[in-house]
Design a protein around this ligand. Structure first.
Ligand SMILES: CC(C)(COP(=O)(O)OP(=O)(O)OC[C@H]1O[C@@H](n2cnc3c(N)ncnc32)[C@H](O)[C@@H]1OP(=O)(O)O)[C@@H](O)C(=O)NCCC(=O)NCCS
Length: 183
């Protein structure tokens, strides 16, 4: 069972370590560096109310109510309306939100956490923006990320380069519509 909690300043060393893990760096740092990415995260954590991107830690809860495991990753969500250039480039509709995520601990990958995380994160986003569409654009070659999105009902919209992304590599743009919406 996955829980999300705000990412706090004392989580930064853990996140810095995860950013350097090969399985994260390969996809999360295309066209940027761990240091640059960490600075962005630091600035957001220092002033959470000054930024439209919400950072969260991923914690796995054990079988018992009291058994709370160590954080296994982090994630973020944002309303695309706060980032008009990115929204236009990716084809977001008004009200759509975006998510990004990583299971940072390599020993925690491949056992269903990512799939569960997407479901919990979508729930968190929709708690703030009920019924919103959710967009994700993993690198087209990121099979694991695409798989967890597809397993959570996301629909592939297109595979293309996106001008606001830090690299020219094609991304796979996925969108999850509101549960009762076919548009
Ligand atoms: C992408 C990521 C979140 C997936 O999480 P995970 O916990 O490793 O994946 P899961 O164990 O939940 O796997 C879910 C499904 O994907 C499949 N899958 C996972 N990795 C796969 C791979 N490399 N190739 C094919 N299928 C894969 C699993 O078999 C599983 O399928 P199933 O539901 O039929 O059993 C995780 O690997 C990660 O954080 N990677 C690094 C950062 C990253 O890529 N972030 C996303 C940027 S957009």
């Amino acid at each position: 069972m996955i829980e999300l909690r705000p990412l706090l300043p004392n989580d930064l060393p853990l996140v810095a370590g995860w950013l350097r893990e090969q399985h994260v760096a390969r996809w999360w740092l295309s066209g940027t560096t761990a240091a640059a990415e960490l600075e962005k995260i630091k600035a957001r954590v220092a002033q959470p109310s000054g930024d439209a991107t919400h950072l969260l830690m991923v914690v796995e809860r054990g079988g018992s109510e009291l058994e709370i495991g160590a954080p296994g990753g982090w994630c973020q969500w944002y309303p695309y309306d706060a980032y008009p250039a990115e929204a236009k480039a990716i084809g977001a509709r008004p009200g759509d939100c975006g998510i990004d995520y990583a299971i940072g601990d390599p020993t925690a990958t491949g056992r269903g956490l990512g799939k569960a995380l997407i479901a919990v994160l979508v729930g968190e986003v929709r708690r703030h923006h009920p019924g919103c569409g959710v967009i994700v654009d993993p690198n087209a070659k990121n099979v694991a990320s695409r798989w967890v999105l597809e397993r959570n009902g996301f629909t592939l919209i297109s595979v293309q380069a996106v001008v606001t992304e830090p690299t020219d590599e094609p991304v796979a743009i996925y969108r999850l519509s509101a549960p009762d919406c076919t548009a």
